[in-house]
Design a protein around this ligand. Structure first.
Ligand code: CP
Ligand code: NVA
Length: 301
């Protein structure tokens, strides 16, 4: 494993290895055991979209591993003025030991890896959000003990979160059911991947998707970069709010996950969100541990 560009590139074993290392690093962090696996190493972080969790968890994470972060906002760097990614990749590779990037097009992340010579980590694109899903899988395993026999249901937009959850959950052995309105389905590449699995279901009915689910997941209806579509999306996703009615058909011990930020009253009710605050904020915390595991896997000598 040279990069983390998308979960489609990873084997089940590579995903499980990262999760196991994340568990270990979490244990060591909680018990004050130092783990300076990346002593003196620099992580370059490129943000062409907003972030709270990704920014803070990567920066704290690389520091806990003995390294340090250099942050580049799209605005204020030459990237924002159109310097080609091929050149940015070759320049940054001379300075840093790994690059985390959050941007719009998946191709930009793939090109950064192609033209650079250091590991590249995808911190979210329009297509996928692999770091988030590693944290989600880590949290699901903490709450449920294993992935065997579990059903994950995602209700909402066929966006970066749905795409990565479909791939990640199917790869580790979970059944997956997703509900989204027509016109907001995941792209063909994801549906073609999912079609290899009998335990995958795509529906436009949230109640069908949520039936007997162990984990119910949702995300915003309007992702970063889609702000002009907000009104149309609010209309299209009416009926896709994760509420008590939807939760009533899931397993009684089902947990809810949300990558955050959440829009209470849109994709999730205040009641369902607060009833699941523990797993949701554990999920946010696990970004730190999962990404540390990714950085150690990719950047350690
Ligand atoms: N979930 C997530 O990626 O959060 P940020 O946008 O705050 O980084
Ligand atoms: N789908 C959301 C996820 C934010 C973490 C977005 O891309 O804006």
């Amino acid at each position: 494993m040279k990069h983390l560009l998308k979960l489609l590139d990873l084997s089940k074993e590579e995903i499980i290895d990262i999760l196991n290392l994340a568990d270990q690093l979490k244990y060591e962090t909680k018990h004050g055991i130092e783990h300076h696996h990346l002593k003196g190493k620099a992580l370059g972080m490129i943000f062409e979209k907003s972030s709270t969790r990704t920014r803070v968890s990567f920066e704290v994470g690389i520091n806990q591993l003995g390294g340090y972060a250099v942050v580049l906002a799209g605005e204020g760097s030459q990237i924002g003025r159109g310097e080609p990614v091929q050149d940015t990749a070759r320049v940054l590779s001379r300075y840093v030991d790994g690059i985390m990037i959050r941007t719009f097009a998946q191709q930009e992340v793939e090109d950064l890896a192609k033209y650079g010579s250091v590991p590249v980590i995808n911190g979210l694109t329009d297509f996928c959000h692999p770091c988030q899903i590693l944290a989600d899988l880590m949290t699901i395993r903490e709450y449920k003990g294993s992935f065997d026999g579990l059903k994950m249901c995602f209700i909402g937009d066929g966006n970066n979160m749905m795409n990565s959850l479909i791939v990640g959950c199917l790869k580790v052995g979970m059944a997956v059911s997703v509900a989204c309105p027509e016109g907001y389905r995941p792209p063909k590449e994801i549906l073609d991947f999912a079609a290899q699995y009998d335990c995958f279901e795509l529906t436009d009915d949230p109640m069908t998707a949520a039936k007997d689910a162990d984990v119910v997941i949702t995300d915003v209806w309007t992702s970063m970069g889609q702000e002009e579509e907000r009104a149309a999306r609010e209309k299209a996703f009416k009926g896709y709010c994760v509420d008590e009615r939807i939760m009533s058909v899931a397993k009684p011990d089902a947990i809810v996950q949300h990558c955050l930020p959440a829009h209470r009253g849109e994709e999730i009710t205040e009641e369902v969100f607060e009833a699941n605050a523990n797993p949701i904020f554990d999920e946010a915390e696990n970004r730190l541990h999962a990404q540390k595991a990714v950085m150690v896997t990719l950047m350690k000598d």
